[in-house]
Design a protein around this ligand. Structure first.
Ligand SMILES: [Zn+2]
Length: 64
C-alpha cells in the first residue's frame, strides 16, 4: 500500500475514510497551521476524499 497524499510506501500508516495515509502525512496534516501554504492543498485533498467516500457509500447503500 502507498500513501494517498505523498505516494511514499506506507508503513504503519492509517486508514482515514478509506484512504491510506502515512504517519508523516497524518502528522503533517494534523499539525499544519491554518495559514500555512499547504493548508489549501490538504483541504482540497480532504474535500475530494470525503466526496468520493460519500459517493461510494451512496452507491453501495442507496437511499430510497
Ligand atoms: Zn504520506
Amino acid at each position: 500500500m502507498y500513501c494517498t497524499l505523498c505516494n511514499e510506501k506506507d508503513e504503519g500508516g492509517i486508514d482515514l475514510l478509506g484512504i491510506r495515509m502515512c504517519q508523516a502525512c497524518f502528522t503533517d496534516l494534523s499539525t499544519t497551521p491554518v495559514f500555512a501554504e499547504k493548508y489549501d492543498y490538504y483541504r482540497e485533498v480532504i474535500k475530494v476524499v470525503l466526496k468520493n467516500y460519500i459517493y461510494e457509500r451512496a452507491i453501495s447503500n442507496p437511499v430510497e
